[in-house]
Write a protein that binds this ligand. Structure first.
Ligand SMILES: *[C@@H]1O[C@H](CO)[C@@H](O)[C@H](O)[C@H]1NC(C)=O
Ligand SMILES: *[C@@H]1O[C@H](CO)[C@@H](O)[C@H](O)[C@H]1NC(C)=O
Length: 145
């Protein structure tokens, strides 16, 4: 009994010390890491993907059926991070914002666990509603030319 008490008290003291010390040190608030995915869910075609932010050009990707492209980032200090993507399949293209910082919960709730999963399908671009595991169509393809 005495030994158990003793063992329990030491970590408790350390914990108390940390809590007391913490306000004095500038502990940076960790910015969560986001993961954005673009998936080729087309039935039969290669998907061209070109995503960018103001600072980063993620390059042109050619995704075969079923393949995905993804990237990871933390939102900038002032929360102005914005990514957009251009997608193209034969005769059709679409541009859309694939990540933005929002005060509301539309994107946040669908990107549960900080994973946004965009899926190009034959009839449009879908975003997976992660908590309920349903793909929701958000954008239509536009005919090129
Ligand atoms: C699907 O892909 C196959 C093999 O490349 C091709 O022969 C066929 O024409 C394609 N079908 C459509 C609907 O694009
Ligand atoms: C693209 O459009 C052209 C002209 O309308 C058409 O001949 C061709 O079959 C189309 N290709 C696909 C893959 O839909």
């Amino acid at each position: 009994m005495g030994t158990i008490m003793h063992l329990a008290v030491v970590p408790l003291l350390v914990l108390v010390a940390m809590v007391v010390v913490q306000p004095c040190t500038a502990v940076p608030i960790p910015h969560p890491r986001w993961h954005i995915h673009v998936v080729n869910g087309l039935s039969n075609e290669t998907l061209l993907v070109h995503c960018k932010s103001r600072d980063d050009d993620l390059g042109i990707q050619h995704l075969v059926k079923g393949a995905e492209f993804h990237w990871t980032f933390r939102v900038s200090l002032f929360g102005r991070t914005l990514f957009w993507c251009y997608l193209e399949k034969p005769n059709f293209s679409v541009s859309f914002e694939s990540f933005w910082v929002e005060k509301h919960v539309w994107l946040n709730s669908r990107c549960y666990d900080k994973n946004c999963i965009w899926i190009a399908k034959d009839d449009g671009i879908y975003l997976r509603n992660n908590p309920v595991n349903i793909d929701e169509r958000v954008h239509n393809w536009n005919k090129i030319g």
